[in-house]
Design a protein around this ligand. Structure first.
Ligand code: GLA
Ligand code: ZN
Length: 747
């Protein structure tokens, strides 16, 4: 279903336009500036503005005393000028008077510090004073402006959990106990799920359970994980309360809240089910050469949450942010390039934080569409050009993207993995999914990023390749889905750290990989983490090791003991011809596959009957690569990559990767697997730095590099310049074009 079919009553959607605009905070400015704002908006070809995000203090200067006149003026004028409004509820930053009324309304940190007013998002999400005041204000706002002709969509709150992820106050404690009662019904169920027998962490009543505040040593990870889920659900509940009010007063206008890309603290796949449209905030660092991948990856995440619908980029910056230690601005061309890339990957709107650079406050040095120097800013021209070019691309807004490769994510698994104590510390992110997606992106192999929750709703035939990277929690339904997909011919790649625990962080007994053991034909008996990170800091680099290198003249015993996996890498050997060929193709000298410090002991699920065979072999599972002993790896000779053929006719297969493959390993394995799946890159033999990706019938050529490139065979109508492409095209550094493939969009 296209947006115009889904939201027929609002022109921005009905007319299939791409949105361009930003967060606008008129309350920070004088009337003269606002007059100028409207004029500059026309110049920049702005058509959608997010208004009122942090305006609570101005909309309700004191409790129950509402002042909406100024907002009405803004909305009226927007309507007159043809600018549509994404009207925000200002509930992400409550005003000072609210905290005066109720000093317990500010959140409490894990270590018991009550936050002080003077920033934003300092409120406790379950605080009744906050909840009631927010509800009343949203009711008034939606009642007053729900049918205003300028209001095209709603922006609920702002970046839930951006700063205050969890509150640990007494009120949250009571709510948590209630939540636990609903989840577990009896205290015995909870004790069993949390393995309460461990360290005598047994409860006899729900009222004994507090938020996981500071404890003597490791807190029970199951307790922590449930607190993450509880906190997530409290915020979702706040969103739903506001959304329900808005839907009553402002029917047919889509409701969103802005996501923050890769942010497993909230289970966005669950949230997405309650949003009418998905929007995202994303600030790739221009100092990172791989920042172009962040655009592709976060867009793929959003497409996944949107369930094949487009999304809106709700925030990016035109130049630099202010919150990094050093804030490199975008390079010339990069703003337009990344905006087009975002559209190529499924965005129907390109909005910036923010419209006008703040005169003061913590974001004074965060750039905007209108910077402090106004039209004389270096970035003005490109901001204007972006508005113009987007107008040429309106036809793209009805085009859909659908790829044959899926990379899976799962917020709960990321949280569980982060909270589990050992085998290795892991930050809370989707690092593995991102790395696999990047390996595909670098090869111009377009891929979707799909949450497990969303994959399960799809037809198992949909993808030809499914990558299951570090999905820590064992989901029997996922295993069933993947079995069906493999039986239908798909290639399934499962990587280490998958299926290790159940949903309350209890270990899978009898061998990890849980329900995937049958599909893969293998299970994991043990983990082996090499100390390889130490060797990065080898004394040769002038940095000392955490363990001093024993001097053999005086350390007669310890000098003869090695560090496990003392080389930074774990090396892999392979006799598998397609993989060898893929490695040769990468370049001379032929690289070796390496993995980082993670390794596993992998054995066949059904041990071979022949006693002469090593335990990990049977006639169903092939060893594609094994660990080498080089660098003192104790896993020498054990399988590192296995494959089990599923269904002789269909060529489906399930691959298991028992290490953290480096980029070469990923690239080579993907080459082999995609060949089996008959998937080829969008374009080949491209100059370095060029990404080619297709959105429906529009092909985007994105030159991320610092050099001009020549492209051959580009034909069709070039939407960006409104000219026919004649075969050869020259793209200057950091530029992009969008070409409508002949036949459809040319009519
Ligand atoms: C977030 C917020 C904005 C602003 C930007 C700055 O995305 O939603 O209000 O603070 O960060 O980058
Ligand atoms: Zn609280």
């Amino acid at each position: 279903m296209t947006w115009s079919e889904k939201f027929p009553s609002h022109s921005f959607f009905r007319e299939n336009t791409l949105a361009y605009g930003g967060d606008w905070n008129p309350e920070q400015w004088t009337p003269e500036t606002l007059t100028e704002d409207f004029q500059l908006m026309q110049e920049l070809k702005v058509n959608l503005m997010s208004v009122g995000i942090f305006s609570w203090a101005k909309l309700e200067p004191s409790s129950g005393n509402y002042d909406f006149a100024w907002l009405r003026e803004i909305l009226d004028e927007c309507h007159q000028k043809g600018i549509q409004v994404d009207l925000a509820t200002p509930t992400a930053a409550a005003p000072a008077w609210l905290f005066n009324t109720d000093p317990t309304a500010t959140a409490v940190t894990k270590s018991g510090v009550r936050l002080t007013f003077g920033s934003r998002q300092e409120h406790c999400p379950t605080n009744p004073t906050y909840r009631q005041a927010a509800k009343k204000l949203v009711e008034k706002l939606a009642e007053t402006f729900g049918n205003h002709p300028a209001v095209t969509m709603w922006h609920v709150n702002n970046e839930y959990a951006c700063h205050t992820l969890r509150c640990y106050c007494d009120n949250c404690a009571i709510n948590f106990q209630k939540w636990l009662r609903e989840q577990y019904e009896t205290i015995e169920n909870l004790n069993s799920a949390w393995v309460g027998a461990f360290w005598s962490n047994t409860y006899t009543d729900f009222t004994q359970i507090l938020p996981p505040r500071t404890t003597a040593t490791f807190t029970n990870p199951a307790h922590e994980l449930d607190y993450y889920r509880f906190a997530d659900e409290q915020l979702l509940r706040n969103f739903l309360t506001e959304a329900e009010i808005i839907r009553r007063h402002s029917p047919n206008r889509p409701i969103t809240t802005n996501f923050m890309g890769e942010f497993p603290a909230l289970d966005y796949a669950k949230w997405a089910e309650h949003l009418d449209l998905i929007s995202d905030d994303d600030y790739p660092d221009p100092a990172n050469p791989a920042a172009g991948h962040q655009v592709a990856f976060n867009s793929a995440l959003m497409r996944g949450y949107a369930g094949d619908q487009p999304f809106i980029l709700m925030e990016q910056t035109t130049a630099a942010v202010q919150w990094r230690k050093k804030n490199t601005p975008k390079r010339p061309g990069q703003h337009l390039l990344w905006s087009l890339s975002r559209v190529a990957h499924g965005a129907n709107g390109i909005l910036q934080f923010q419209w006008r650079q703040s005169p003061g406050g913590a974001e004074t040095f965060h750039s905007a569409m209108v910077n402090h120097s106004g039209k004389s800013s270096f970035f003005w021209e490109e901001t204007a050009l972006t508005g113009q070019v987007l107008q040429q691309l309106n036809a793209v807004s009805e085009e859909f993207t659908s790829h044959s490769i899926a990379v899976l994510t799962d917020a709960d698994s990321a949280r569980a993995r982060h909270l589990s104590v050992g085998p290795k510390e892991t930050p809370l992110n989707y690092a593995a999914a991102r790395a696999w997606h990047k390996a595909l992106w670098e090869k111009n192999l377009p891929a979707d990023v799909v949450a497990v929750r969303q994959l399960l709703k799809q037809n198992p035939n949909r993808y030809q390749v499914i990558i299951v990277p570090d999905i820590f929690i064992d989901y029997p339904e996922l295993a069933q889905h993947l079995e069906k997909a493999a039986a239908a011919g798909a290639q399934i790649i499962v990587t280490k750290e998958t299926g290790v625990v159940d949903c309350t962080l209890k270990a899978i007994l009898g061998g990890y990989l849980g329900s995937l053991k049958n599909l893969l034909g293998v299970k994991v008996t043990d983990h082996r983490i090499n100390a390889s990170e130490y060797s990065q800091l080898s004394s040769e680099n002038g940095v000392s090791l955490p363990y001093p290198k024993p001097d053999p003249r005086v350390n007669h015993i310890s000098s003869a003991v090695g560090i496990p996996g003392a080389d930074r890498q774990i090396y892999l050997d392979t006799d598998f011809a397609p993989l060898q060929r893929a490695l040769e193709k990468i370049g001379k000298p032929t690289p070796r596959i390496t993995g980082f410090e993670w390794g596993e002991y992998v054995v066949a699920t059904q041990p071979a009957s022949e006693t002469t065979l090593p335990t990990w072999l049977n006639d169903e599972v092939e060893v594609i690569a094994q660990f080498s002993g080089q660098g003192g790896n104790d896993l020498a000779g054990w399988p590192a990559i296995t494959r089990r053929q599923v269904g002789k006719e269909t060529k489906g297969a399930a691959w298991y990767v028992a290490t953290d493959l480096d980029e070469v390993g990923k690239a080579a394995l993907l080459e082999v697997v995609c060949a089996y799946a008959r998937i080829s890159p969008t374009a080949v033999d491209l100059p370095a730095g060029v990404e080619v990706t297709q959105r429906g019938n529009v092909r985007f050529y994105l030159n991320h590099s610092d050099k001009s490139v020549q492209l051959a065979g580009v034909s069709g109508f070039e939407l960006t310049t409104q000219r026919e492409a004649t075969g050869h095209v020259m793209l200057p550094p950091r530029t992009a074009i969008a070409v409508a493939i002949p036949s459809r969009l040319q009519k």
